[in-house]
Design a protein around this ligand. Structure first.
Ligand SMILES: [Cu+2]
Length: 350
């Protein structure tokens, strides 16, 4: 997010949000201070078509704002709980050396942030890589069903040779929903629940968005398992390198076309865009490509090469209205900062 922007729904006065960046001298090294304030708000989002869901959204959006910072930055994030239930934020992947009380686990490192209360998290962004953040109160409901998650990308001080070549960078957060609990906040997420909606960045196909690339690009896809289920992500037409696991570079990247992503895990895939066409990206757990009882939905998207026209009559996206920044690719290009995303803004629930 850039200084001066507001982290919440435009026009909602209760939202006090500001981000500013100060550069401080820390020892002998330069470390930026990243300050941000965000609300947790009762928010209705639309997964696909008419299927809506009541969430407790960070800054009124699902996924939450993108934290894109440099390794070693000093984070200071004030969280205001505007909902009727307690929450915390766990910064998944952050080592919290010397700051264990900032780890965001209720009744272990802090009390849950009560309705109407605030809490400020202060910690150092380390190590680098694809990380994420999520509530840690009643995770079975708040993470699995209420959209309480967002991406946290820490830029390395010493990037690998492979990642230096990347020209297109995309974030895909995978999650699962049981429509039975859509309008019952405070309930759900029980053993035996039947998940019937499956999303990438909170949307199911065909309301996801193509990954637009051009021949010659080096593409990075950051997969984040934010939901309750395991997803077997398959990309057609390309062999990718599994280059990072949970943010850490693999000394010997693994070549493949399918990768299994469990809850909490991150995998960064990197591949050369060398095969112009229109290529499926989907979960190979076949039932996860459904929207309720209707097939050809769920956890699917398409790699579209810009060289290939999208005007075939049979193609659902032949006349699509683009959803800007759907994979945070525009925010990632802007460099370090904290970025809200209008594409993911829901409606306030009063
Ligand atoms: Cu919560």
């Amino acid at each position: 997010m850039n200084p001066g922007q507001t982290a919440g729904r435009p026009g909602r006065k209760s939202i006090a949000a500001a981000a500013l960046l100060a550069t401080l001298i820390s020892g002998q090294a330069w470390a930026a201070k990243r300050e941000f304030e965000m609300n947790i708000e009762d928010t209705r989002i639309t997964l696909v078509e008419k299927q809506q869901f009541h969430t407790f959204a960070f800054a009124g959006q699902v996924p939450g704002p993108l934290f894109h910072v440099d390794e070693g930055d000093d984070m200071e994030v004030k969280v205001n709980n505007m909902t009727a239930l307690p929450h915390t934020i766990h910064w998944h992947g952050m080592l919290q050396r010397g700051t264990w009380k900032m780890d965001g686990v209720p009744d272990v490192t802090q009390e849950g942030i009560k309705p109407g209360d605030s809490f400020t998290y202060k910690f150092k962004a380390e190590p680098s890589g694809t990380m994420w953040y999520h509530c840690h109160v009643n995770v079975n409901e708040h993470v699995a069903l209420r959209g309480m998650w967002g991406p946290f990308i820490v830029k390395p001080k010493a990037p690998t040779a492979l990642e230096k070549r990347v020209t297109k960078d995309f974030i895909l957060m995978l999650s699962d929903w049981d429509s039975k609990w859509a309008n019952k906040p405070g309930f759900g997420g029980l053993p035996g629940d039947k998940f019937d909606y499956f999303t990438i960045n909170g949307r199911a196909y065909p309301d996801t968005e193509p990954l637009r690339i051009t021949k010659g690009d080096v593409v990075r896809i950051r997969l984040i398992g934010a939901g309750d289920l395991v997803h077997s992500i398959h990309i057609h037409g390309h062999a990718f390198k599994i280059a990072f696991k949970d943010g850490f570079p693999l000394p010997q990247p693994i070549t493949g076309d399918t990768v299994l992503v469990g809850p909490g895990e991150r995998y960064d895939l990197i591949f050369e865009a060398d095969n112009p066409g229109r290529w499926m990206v989907h979960d190979h757990v076949d039932s996860h490509t459904m929207n309720g009882d209707r097939p050809h939905g769920g956890l699917m998207t398409v790699i579209e090469y810009t060289e290939v026209k999208s005007d075939d009559a049979f193609y659902p996206w032949n006349k699509r209205v683009p959803k800007p920044n759907f994979y945070y690719q525009d925010s990632l290009k802007k460099g370090p900062g904290i970025y809200t995303n209008e594409t993911f803004q829901g409606q306030a629930v009063q």
